[in-house]
Design a protein around this ligand. Structure first.
Ligand SMILES: NC(=O)c1ccc[n+]([C@@H]2O[C@H](COP(=O)([O-])OP(=O)(O)OC[C@H]3O[C@@H](n4cnc5c(N)ncnc54)[C@H](O)[C@@H]3O)[C@@H](O)[C@H]2O)c1
Length: 362
């Protein structure tokens, strides 16, 4: 059943994001968005074991190749990307082929980038299987692979033909991955929707239990918001920046943990608490609001201050980030619950102060 179809409007290309249950292997839905007779599914072994067979059955009428990526962020790289292109060439895929990403953000990002480059650009479909991918990564056409010099350093904007977000797929997602994805869900409430933030406070148990109704509500709010923000600023030159709330601190924490210690969402959760604390320190939001945000994150199980880096370590990493200019940082902060803005006047000593306060959170 398709519960919602949310359009993503762009100048040259509008595409649907289908949200529902038991829809990822619908022949009819897929056929609407496949142009030729050839398809190539890109996935990972663990996901293939769960979901590849139904998808292959749905694609019986097509010449279908399958590429399985090893599990892990480190495989979102140029070597694997090249193997995808090799396979397409070996199997004689033409410009009318359609790539299908069946997986989380890693699979979606590398598939999108392969689609952007193969024969100067072919169609692709996103079937996101993680919460992060369903509410965020699969939507908006940012595609990339990592380089030893940095995450997502090589990529392209390339929009899919459609996104098929089937909430049933989330039932098999490991708890830690699922909860990490909830950080991005909470982010949408913080930056743009105070009512949704209130809803999250009330519906924590249903969400942690992956109740379908709760998931469908989350998907509706988050997908609509992401689609709206992307359609206003496809190339991330303005408003789309707000989606980076919590990410400057989060990226630094991920790097400090050598991408092993934190999942992306876990680092973003801490980063959002830091950004909220800083917003409070600067008088942009009341202290009571900061506390409410910290409480919500902790109630979802995020550990905010377990042996944090020193401010010197954190600042050094953030300095390397492109958001730093003349000793001042560009950060996305909150000017209210459900209201974010870019602030370019944050000094290093303000970040130091924030970290001191932060270490007192229990
Ligand atoms: N393009 C964008 O706009 C954008 C936005 C946010 C994040 N990202 C990227 O997304 C990536 C992170 O994505 P992710 O969090 O989805 O990680 P991921 O793709 O690594 O998936 C996490 C783990 O869950 C497993 N898995 C996936 N779906 C499953 C399912 N239904 N059942 C059981 N196991 C399942 C995967 O095999 C993997 O082990 C990063 O590379 C990040 O840069 C991109």
């Amino acid at each position: 059943v398709i519960h919602y179809t949310i359009p993503l409007h762009l100048d040259k290309h509008t595409y649907p994001i289908y949200v529902g249950q038991h829809i990822f292997a619908s022949t009819e839905l897929l056929a609407r968005h496949i142009r030729g007779k050839q398809v190539c599914i890109i996935t990972q072994e663990k996901i293939a074991a769960l979901y590849l067979q139904p998808l292959l059955r749905a694609l019986q009428g097509y010449q279908c190749a399958v590429f399985s990526l090893p599990d892990g962020e480190q495989y979102k790289n140029l070597d694997e990307w090249r193997k995808i292109l090799d396979l397409l060439l070996q199997q004689g895929h033409e410009r009318s082929t359609t790539l299908i990403a069946l997986g989380g953000g890693v699979v979606g990002d590398i598939t999108g980038f392969a689609a952007a480059c193969y024969q100067r650009g072919v169609n692709y479909i996103q079937i996101p299987t993680t919460l992060i991918a369903q509410v965020d990564a699969a939507i908006g056409g940012k595609t990339a692979v990592n380089h030893s010099h940095g995450k997502n350093m090589i990529g392209a904007f390339h929009q899919p033909q459609c996104v098929i977000a089937d909430v049933n797929l989330l039932q098999t997602l490991p708890a830690r991955e699922y909860i990490a994805g909830l950080a991005e869900v909470i982010k949408y409430g913080l930056i743009d929707d105070a009512m949704f933030f209130g809803w999250l406070e009330m519906n924590r148990d249903a969400l942690l239990a992956k109740k379908t109704d709760a998931l469908l509500h989350v998907m509706h709010v988050c997908v609509s918001m992401k689609a709206r923000i992307v359609s206003e600023d496809e190339r991330d030159l303005g408003r789309r920046n707000l989606l980076n709330f919590g990410h400057s601190f989060g990226h630094a924490l991920e790097a400090l943990g050598q991408y092993q210690r934190f999942l992306h969402g876990e680092a973003v959760a801490i980063g959002m608490a830091m950004a909220a604390t800083l917003s409070g320190d600067l008088g942009l939001i009341p202290v009571a609001t900061v506390q409410r945000i910290v409480n919500l994150l902790q109630s979802f199980g995020f550990v905010l201050n377990d042996s944090l880096p020193t401010s010197a370590e954190l600042i050094q990493l953030m300095r390397r980030d492109k958001k730093m200019q003349l000793g001042k940082m560009n950060l996305i902060l909150l000017s209210g619950l459900g209201r974010a803005e870019k602030v370019s006047t944050v000094s290093e000593s303000q970040i130091e102060q924030m970290l001191q306060k932060f270490s007192s959170y229990k």
